[in-house]
Write a protein that binds this ligand. Structure first.
Ligand SMILES: Cc1cc2nc3c(=O)[nH]c(=O)nc-3n(C[C@H](O)[C@H](O)[C@H](O)COP(=O)(O)O)c2cc1C
Length: 377
């Protein structure tokens, strides 16, 4: 029975070849940061409050002038097409149905215009990696032209984290079959058949750039996550010129970085350690959240991701000052297990769990959680 995120994780691992399941579940080095994300969230308690009117519960919030049904959204993840053909559009559609935003990765396998068209009623944010500034500018222009609401610059991947599971599994693109990979594919025929029908996923956003030599080198850079490491704080001025809308930084954990972002005129922050996939020694995102919230003093919304698996985790992050949270792996588990319906079911499970937690905490609206800070310990 698929009731919660962990159920979907197990179902996903059965459906997916080992190298794909490990690509999703994998983390940097020894997986310490990944585990801290989960254990630090688990260690926080929420104290019930009683005899308050919770006959109606409203989980909606307003972000950048738009209403979200729930205080969570779908985090950008690359290679969604490896989980399911058309995975980007399936996740975007699931998010739109649930009334929550979807963030599309630069490393998506569908063109950003296609994904926007597939879920035009929904709110979509565009995530940006800068491997090459000309290509980045082109992506930003295209995102602006087709109605992405916000731009999310990911700042915690100046170099790829050390993902040893991927190395051990021989997972690299373009795909080079080894006997072990061939066995992996043979033992997951449904996945293999789907991929055989749809063709191997490519970095579709990057194929549209004019210069062929640039395109090849940028695709190669994205494969190895070789970013432009000359991107620094002042670079934000350059991005600002091409993106007038809300600009967020994703992947910071230090309060001084948050202050600097504020001074630079950024519109929102996502406190994140990339789901434990970058610096293994990094603190959990939930433990870094309070200092960032304190530094920013409510001037811009602070989002958080990394480790959210239950509705009560959403409540904990909000109680510690987050406006909302994002979900990475949970969405991929749903997508792998049951396609768009699975992704939607994961969002629904989180929503049901959040509502139940709120009722038990005597909270009938999200701002009640925000003021329940004293009851997190
Ligand atoms: C398979 C996978 C691919 C990811 N790809 C990207 C990406 O392309 N861009 C990005 O900013 N973050 C990426 N992330 C990080 C997520 O946006 C998010 O920060 C992280 O998954 C949150 O942790 P969680 O998986 O515990 O929810 C990826 C995460 C996973 C699991």
């Amino acid at each position: 029975m698929l009731l919660n995120v962990e159920d979907y994780r197990r179902a996903a691992r059965k459906q997916l070849p080992r190298f794909v399941a490990d690509y999703i579940d994998g983390a940097a080095d020894d997986g310490l940061c990944l585990r801290r994300n989960l254990s630090d969230l688990a260690a926080i308690t929420l104290t019930p409050r009683v005899l308050r009117d919770t006959s109606r519960v409203d989980t909606s919030i307003q972000v950048f002038g738009t209403r979200w049904t729930s205080p969570f959204g779908v985090a950008p993840t690359g290679l969604n097409g490896l989980v399911r053909p058309g995975g980007d559009a399936l996740l975007a559609a699931a998010a739109a149905k649930a009334g929550v935003p979807f963030a599309l990765s630069t490393a998506s396998n569908m063109r950003l215009e296609e994904v926007r068209a597939a879920a035009a009623a929904g709110v979509q944010w565009m995530q940006l990696y800068v491997m090459h500034r000309g290509v980045a500018e082109h992506i930003v222009q295209r995102a602006k032209a087709c109605g992405y609401q916000a731009l999310v610059l990911t700042v915690d991947v100046p170099v790829s984290g050390n993902r040893e599971l991927d190395v051990r599994n021989g997972f690299r693109l373009p795909f080079k079959p080894t006997p072990r990979l061939a066995w992996d594919l043979l033992t997951h025929p449904r996945w293999s058949l789907r991929m055989a029908r749809s063709g191997a996923p490519s970095f579709a956003n990057l194929t549209a750039h004019g210069n062929a030599a640039d395109t090849a080198s940028v695709q190669a850079a994205l494969l190895t996550r070789a970013m432009d490491r000359t991107v620094v704080w002042d670079t934000l001025d350059w991005l600002r010129k091409s993106w007038p809308g809300p600009l967020l930084l994703k992947g910071l954990l230090h309060e001084d970085d948050a202050r600097r972002a504020l001074a630079q005129g950024v519109d929102g922050l996502i406190v994140s350690n990339h789901g434990g996939r970058q610096l293994d020694a990094a603190p959990s995102a939930i433990s870094a959240l309070p200092a960032v919230v304190a530094a920013v003093q409510g001037k811009i919304p602070i989002f958080m991701d990394s480790g959210v698996r239950r509705g009560s985790d959403v409540a904990k992050a909000i109680a510690l000052g987050a406006t909302a949270v994002f979900l990475g792996r949970p969405m991929l588990y749903g997508l792998a297990a049951r396609g768009a319906a699975g992704a939607q079911a994961v969002l629904q499970a989180l929503q049901d769990e959040l509502v139940r937690a709120m009722v038990l905490m005597g909270a009938s609206k999200i701002s009640d959680l925000q003021s329940s800070l004293e009851s997190t310990r």
